[in-house]
Write a protein that binds this ligand. Structure first.
Ligand code: HEM
Length: 228
């Protein structure tokens, strides 16, 4: 077989995979898994703020000490977010094409509150991340910023009460998004079992709540004056 025809077969397999609903769900699930891994790691890293400025700033500096690793991780994250949003839009379009007219009176039966929030919590989270990067990475979020003093940036950022509230509301949405996202990720990857499915649902709930509490503990601690 020539190299050109082998490449054509590979291309058509890839496009068939993408065109199938299951292909898009698999893309959502795998990119979602990468993003959940990042979120848990980031939340755990943030908790080091409770160890004091030296430890927290040393941790932030260590993350930037290897530029190849930092930019590699950033590239994977960016690609994952892009594919995740792309697959979400494609699935939403498929859903709309299947039912172009809205129900006269829509009463969701099987879909949970968390699943119905996915399509608006996702875009709001994307806006949150955009502001968050301006705020703590680029230093254009409207509060004091010093590229080597990440600890002080966080304190200055969360002393502004409405920014703290904005972060906490975003973390609440993240919690909902993660709860349903992790749960549907298990289903998309084919984990269906009468005994283990309810356990997985509880696990998704637990991860979402731990992530929420871990993240909100930082603005709460700053507002309460526990870290300063
Ligand atoms: C209260 C909650 C949060 C706090 C206190 C926080 C804190 C920070 C800080 C201080 C940085 C800059 C780190 C540095 O320059 O060394 C950062 C970067 C970042 N955060 Fe957060 N974060 C929070 C929530 C989130 C959430 C929920 C997400 C995603 C869903 C997120 C995604 C990111 C990303 C993508 C970066 C850029 C990482 C990079 O430099 O490549 N953060 N965060």
């Amino acid at each position: 077989m020539s190299a050109a025809s082998a490449a054509a077969i590979k291309d058509s397999r890839l496009s068939r995979f993408w065109n199938a609903t299951n292909g898009k769900k698999a893309v959502m699930a795998v990119t979602g898994l990468i993003l959940v891994g990042f979120v848990i790691g980031h939340m755990a890293g943030n908790l080091q703020i409770f160890l004091g400025p030296e430890k927290f700033n040393a941790y932030a500096a260590a993350l930037k000490a290897l530029p190849a690793l930092l930019w590699g991780a950033r590239a994977v994250l960016l690609l994952s977010v892009t594919l995740h949003i792309w697959a979400a839009i494609a699935l939403w379009q498929l859903k709309n094409d299947a039912r172009p007219q809205n129900y006269v009176k829509r009463k969701p039966i099987a879909s949970s509150y968390a699943s119905r929030t996915m399509y608006w919590s996702g875009p709001i989270l994307a806006l949150f991340i955009f502001y968050h990067l301006l705020h703590f990475t680029i230093g254009a979020g409207g509060t004091a910023f010093d590229p080597v003093d990440v600890y002080s940036n966080v304190i200055a950022g969360f002393r502004v009460w409405f920014l703290s509230v904005f972060y906490m509301v975003a973390m609440g949405l993240l919690c909902l998004h993660l709860y349903h996202g992790i749960w549907s990720m298990f289903q998309s990857l084919g984990f269906q079992h009468p005994r283990y499915t309810p356990v997985l649902q509880k696990a998704a709930q637990a991860i979402a709540v731990v992530v929420f509490l871990g993240f909100v503990s930082v603005p709460v601690a700053v507002l309460a004056g526990w870290v300063s």
